[in-house]
Design a protein around this ligand. Structure first.
Ligand code: ZN
Length: 286
């Protein structure tokens, strides 16, 4: 799932490539992906792309006259920039992975795609991003929050730090992958309880958040966004590396179930060498 660094890179790519171009038309192939009906997709035609930005994990493409195309890429969504499209024929609804297509006046443009059968990509055409329910409830941006804000937000919700860090209403932008990386860099157990974290632990977690996300943004920006793959991230130390050695200490990265997914961590770096109990497994055994 694209998180803050990937969405930041996509916004940066759009700023470089699309700003100043006018929209020929916005085509909607997956009717269910567009969550708004007023303004209509035709309202974008003729408008110039003036900027692109990000709200947490939401991408925001901004057109002149104050119209925003806000997109949540969900688990398997992505943005593909096209130098040219193979055909000028409009997309046929319900065919293929393309959910929305934006054609620009120089023949280039971009597709918002979604792989797989679970269709969760959500796009909103709005005059104010705050009209998007998921944007309205976002907490402060994880990359921009200062230490005082960060500590206040983390302490505002009592729970396992892995869950609180990925709660978009606490802090915006961090998901399953980067929370594993941040907790590893901070040498914290994913199951540590937020209101028992010391000031030093919170300061370390804040520093780790900025470092991990900042480095990932720079790596993502360094690649061409068209080649950026949401699931092919480079530089991860524990996430999706179960069974491989921790690059910091050499211990074996382990996995444990968490919420409806799983998390990865290093016992030596994060839990005093003790593997975490897999609650799902122990429930089955009992
Ligand atoms: Zn380690």
């Amino acid at each position: 799932m694209p998180e803050l660094p990937e969405v930041e890179a996509l916004a940066g790519y759009l700023r470089e490539r699309a700003v100043g171009r006018r929209v020929d038309r916005l085509e909607v192939a997956a009717i269910s992906a567009l969550k708004t009906y007023d303004p209509a997709p035709s309202a974008v035609a003729g408008r110039a792309v003036v900027d692109a930005g990000r709200h947490g994990k939401f991408l925001d493409v901004i057109f002149d006259g104050g119209l925003h195309l806000v997109v949540h890429l969900a688990r398997a969504g992505w943005l593909h920039y096209r130098e040219a499209f193979p055909s000028s024929a409009p997309l046929r609804p319900g065919k293929g992975p393309v959910a929305l297509r934006v054609r620009l006046d120089d023949g280039s443009g971009f597709d918002l795609t979604e792989a797989g059968t679970q269709k969760k990509l959500a796009a909103y055409l709005v005059t104010d991003p705050a009209e998007v329910p998921g944007v309205a409830k976002l907490g402060p941006d994880a990359l921009r929050a200062d230490l005082a804000t960060f500590a206040e937000r983390l302490r505002s919700r009592r729970g396992q730090v892995k869950g609180v860090l990925t709660d978009q209403s606490v802090l915006a932008g961090v998901g399953n992958a980067y929370s594993d990386e941040i907790l590893h860099a901070a040498k914290l157990s994913p199951f540590a309880i937020t209101d028992r974290l010391t000031d030093d632990q919170l300061a370390g977690l804040h520093a780790a958040t900025r470092t991990v996300l900042g480095d990932a943004v720079r790596r993502s920006m360094g690649q061409r966004a068209a080649e950026l793959k949401g699931e092919k991230r480079s530089g991860l130390k524990v996430h999706a590396r179960t069974g491989l050695p921790c690059p910091v200490c050499g211990d074996t990265v382990r996995e444990v179930s968490f919420a409806d997914s799983s998390l990865q961590y290093c016992p030596t770096c994060q839990t005093g060498g003790k593997p975490l109990a897999d609650r799902r497994l122990s429930r089955l055994v009992r």
